[in-house]
Design a protein around this ligand. Structure first.
Ligand code: AMP
Ligand code: ZN
Length: 467
């Protein structure tokens, strides 16, 4: 039985899908104005794990993720500039070029850490019609008002506003910085834009469409309501996002969707905590971020290449998704060496035969306990160290890896192939060891290392790894 923490009820609950055996899941995707960083990857790996745990429980998952390519202002509370337009200006490219470049970059990064692509990836700019339709419905239901700058959602007309974060409407503060765009005609600070007009501050906005209210572009939140309901229906099972989305973006999505349909929008809200760097959330806007290249390209002591992207995935599996994680190269080094050890072990295993229920069940139980993957990983290591036949270990491990996504299959039973000249040195070293000439054996080990292979003795002989 899968249990998940539901932000909406603030409780760990048994997961039950709306339709038997099927799960509709929506993920807020990236705003494609800058590089995907490894903090984003933690969050999308978290979604990937959730999806795979659902599958391990027999659910068929229909997963939808959006791409925000318009309407997300520098402040989530509708003040400032459009992030896309700002990014385009800074990079001297068109908004469309910026969107395409960073969307491609996003998928390059997610592919490298084995994140499975959503079944449907939908761009806000390609769903303007659905967003306009939804705004019209909200207008018909008396939930909107218009200022010279925008069409707003009137939060005071939606009594349930604040249910997700537990905030009261009266407690919402107005964003009053004077250096950025703030619409003074907004009636309540919690009200949010559904449609911005391309006038005043936004008169030069490149992305613009006609609408019943005038030319403009959609606010950020409406895209997620419109597209999730288009692909998953008016009510669906799971919506995910980072914890930063709870108070504004997701609250607004609920208001828009439930304000339009009168039905419950989402049953389970799953939120992931952050990856921090130097005690702060790793973030694009603060420019304190590391990209995948920064870790893959990192030069390491002894001429070693940088880290494997999957070491990052392994690192993320060691923390619970509802706890923040501090990034450090020390912890990544630890993850890399754990992953190397795991790969080395399984190279010696036989091809898969039987899944061992005792280990698999305990692994799944941990995963089902609000995605306690660190505990599941501990069960994996118990399996590795156990005395059961290696063919059964292989089968069980592969089942576990359907959730973990470490790409372990390609290592099972694959002894490292070494060139002839290296093999000769290895044999010579074995002979030296047998005749207890440890000085020579050590010199040969160093020579082997120079040729790009690391040799390590163990109880059953030696292990060899390509550096
Ligand atoms: P953005 O493109 O900034 O809208 O972010 C996309 C997703 O990544 C959101 O769900 C954010 O909550 C999440 N995110 C951004 N920064 C981090 C971080 N440092 N750690 C974990 N998740 C993050
Ligand atoms: Zn969203």
């Amino acid at each position: 039985m899968l249990k998940l923490y539901n932000t909406l009820t603030r409780k760990i609950e048994e997961f039950k899908s709306l339709k038997p055996g099927k799960v509709g899941m929506y993920t807020c995707g990236p705003t494609v104005y800058d590089y995907t960083h490894i903090g984003h990857l933690r969050k999308y790996i978290g979604d990937d794990i959730l999806k795979k745990v659902l599958r391990a429980n027999g659910f068929e998952v229909h997963h939808v993720m959006n791409i925000t390519d318009v309407g997300h202002l520098t402040s989530d509370e509708d003040s400032g500039d459009d992030k896309m337009e700002k990014g385009a200006k800074e990079q001297n490219r068109t908004v469309w070029e910026v969107a395409k470049f960073f969307e491609d970059y996003f998928f390059k990064s997610t592919n490298a850490v084995n994140i499975e692509r959503a079944d449907i990836v939908c761009r806000a700019t390609e769903h303007i019609g659905a967003q306009v339709k939804l705004i019209k419905l909200l207008e018909k239901n008396g939930l909107t008002y218009i200022t010279p700058h925008a069409v707003y959602f009137d939060t005071t007309k939606f009594p349930k506003y604040g249910q997700l974060s537990g905030q009261k409407l009266e407690d919402k503060k107005v964003g009053s910085r004077s250096d950025v765009f703030v619409d003074k005609a907004k009636k309540h600070s919690a009200d949010f834009a559904l449609w911005f007009f391309t006038v005043g501050h936004f008169k030069d906005h490149t992305m613009r469409w006609s609408s019943p209210w005038g030319e403009g572009f959609p606010g950020w939140h409406i895209e997620c309501s419109a597209m999730s309901m288009e692909y998953l229906g008016e009510s669906f099972d799971i919506h995910t996002g980072g914890i930063d989305h709870i108070g504004i973006h997701h609250e607004n999505e609920i208001a828009q969707s439930e304000g339009a349909t009168g039905k419950q929008f989402v049953k389970f809200w799953v939120h992931h905590d952050f990856l921090n760097l130097d005690k702060e959330k790793m973030s694009k806007s603060k420019k304190n971020f590391l990209r995948l290249e920064d870790i893959v390209g990192k030069s390491l002591p002894a001429g070693r290449q940088g880290f494997d992207p999957l070491a990052l995935r392994y690192l993320y599996l060691t923390g619970h998704y509802r706890s923040e994680m501090a990034f450090s190269f020390e912890s990544l080094t630890g993850a890399q060496s754990a992953l190397n050890n795991l790969r080395d072990e399984i190279r010696l295993w036989d091809q898969p035969k039987e899944v061992v229920a005792q280990y698999w069940q305990r692994f799944l139980e941990a995963a089902n306990d609000d995605l306690n993957i660190p505990k599941a990983l501990a069960v994996l290591w118990e399996l590795v160290k156990s005395e059961i036949p290696s063919s059964d270990k292989s089968a069980t491990l592969l089942e576990m890896d359907k959730i973990l996504g470490l790409g372990l299959e390609e290592y099972i039973g694959k002894k490292v192939e070494v060139p002839e000249e290296v093999q000769k040195l290895i044999d010579a070293r074995e002979n030296a060891r047998k005749s207890r000439d440890f000085k020579r054996s050590d010199d040969l080990r160093k020579e082997i290392k120079k040729l790009g292979y690391e040799i390590e003795d163990n109880t059953s002989g030696y292990k060899i790894r390509k550096l």
